[in-house]
Ligand binder design. Structure first.
Ligand SMILES: Cc1ncc(COP(=O)(O)O)c(C=O)c1O
Length: 377
């Protein structure tokens, strides 16, 4: 056909007449909803627990240089095992947790969500179970579903705390292949102490994943301190998306026994971490001190926001992370919308009577607190 005479596309020829119902989708995925924190263009965005401080200029320059340097090799696949990056992450963990780990203890992927998915691919799957204490991070059951791992929800106390000894009893009784413990817990903010975690590890017949996405904001020691005692069970998952201010860079990692890393090599896609990601993450790690300097500021702001919420008559749940769950609202979704209408995006995490706010800059937090005065309860 003469390219000049191409007719305008007929809407009937496009493929958007096909709906999910027309596709041969797996039966167990029908009717499910995808993860979907709203990405709205509003002035104050406090809904995905990012670090509100942009990377310092020196970090931006270092990332740009590092990416330029590796760009000449873009025609080649990256180091499949990301050894240099894993060594840098191991060094960071060894210093920050005071538990000595090496490159063979560490594995990295595109965000800790991919880490969690690889764990479920290797240790979960059809005929296997994963248990989590709810409310907790919504992606744990979603990734379980994606890997056809049966999800076993277990409850937290009414105040959202986790009594580790009760939890250990549930784990012993239900004997899941994988247990998820999120500490500090998203969206409620509390941590679990090491002795409680040890009780849980004793009770668990299989893998225990301690999701420490927000560990840098907490004063509790890392679960890594228990690795020596539970090498065949414990996996500690971490991310550069929160305290490290690298959410857009997509870099998550874990620490565990080297055998766990060997197991994940069986399910990971080859060359999953691009040469650009590896170079950018290594550059960001070189500036860890500057980035992590924001942690103390954010923790202080968290305490100020919690105090102010109390003063306004709300009930904030005590948090060791960079967010606060607070209530009570007669209709949380209506109140969430009212925040949006005032230009403040926070999160309706589906917990009755509650909303979650991420800690932003002092100005953003002030805007949130100001809006809170006008919110229907
Ligand atoms: C508890 C927890 N784990 C893991 C993640 C995933 O983070 P990422 O994939 O950005 O590393 C999040 C993100 O919000 C989280 O809250």
């Amino acid at each position: 056909m003469n390219p000049g005479s191409t007719p305008a596309p007929d809407p009937g020829e496009r493929s958007d007449a096909v709906t999910l119902a027309d596709l041969p989708l797996r039966e167990d995925l029908r009717g499910r909803t995808p993860y979907g924190a709203p990405q709205l263009e509003v002035a104050v965005r406090l809904n995905t627990n990012e670090n509100p401080y942009p990377p310092p200029d020196a970090l931006v320059a270092d990332v740009a240089d590092a990416v330029r340097e590796v760009a000449v090799e873009l025609h080649r696949y990256p180091d499949r095992d990301a050894v240099a990056l894993r060594q840098d992450l191991a060094d960071y963990l060894s210093v920050s947790t005071r538990v000595l780990v090496g490159e063979r203890n560490v594995w990295a992927a595109n965000g800790s969500n991919e880490i969690l998915q690889q764990i479920l691919q290797a240790f979960g799957g059809p005929g296997r179970t994963a248990l989590g204490f709810e409310p907790s991070y919504s992606m744990h059951p979603i990734i379980a579903a994606g890997t056809r791992t049966d999800w076993l929800p277990a409850p937290r106390a009414a105040d959202f705390s986790l009594d580790a000894h009760l939890a250990a009893g549930i784990v012993a009784e239900r004997a899941p292949d994988i247990v998820f413990v999120t500490s500090p817990n998203n969206p409620t903010g509390g941590t679990i102490a090491l002795d409680g975690l040890a009780a849980l590890l004793h009770a668990a017949p299989g893998i225990v994943v301690v999701d420490e996405a927000y560990a840098e904001f907490s004063d509790e020691p890392s679960a890594l301190a228990l690795l020596e005692e539970f090498p065949a069970k414990l996996i500690v998952s971490r991310t550069m998306s929160k305290a490290f201010a690298f959410a857009g860079g997509r870099l998550g990692y874990l620490a565990a026994a080297p055998a766990v890393v060997d197991a994940l090599a069986l399910v990971r896609l080859p060359y999953h971490l691009s040469v650009l990601t590896q170079a950018a993450a290594r550059a960001a790690l070189r500036h860890a001190d500057a980035t992590l300097a924001s942690v103390a500021k954010l923790a202080a702001e968290r305490d100020r926001v919690a105090e102010s919420l109390l003063g306004l008559g709300f009930t904030p749940v005590p948090s060791d992370a960079n967010f606060i769950l607070f209530g009570r609202f007669a209709d949380a979704h209506r109140s969430w919308q009212s925040y949006v209408d005032q230009g403040v995006l926070i999160r309706d995490v589906g917990i009755e009577g509650h909303l979650r706010v991420s800690i932003g800059t002092p100005e953003e937090n002030d805007a949130f607190l100001e809006a809170s005065k006008e919110i229907p309860r």
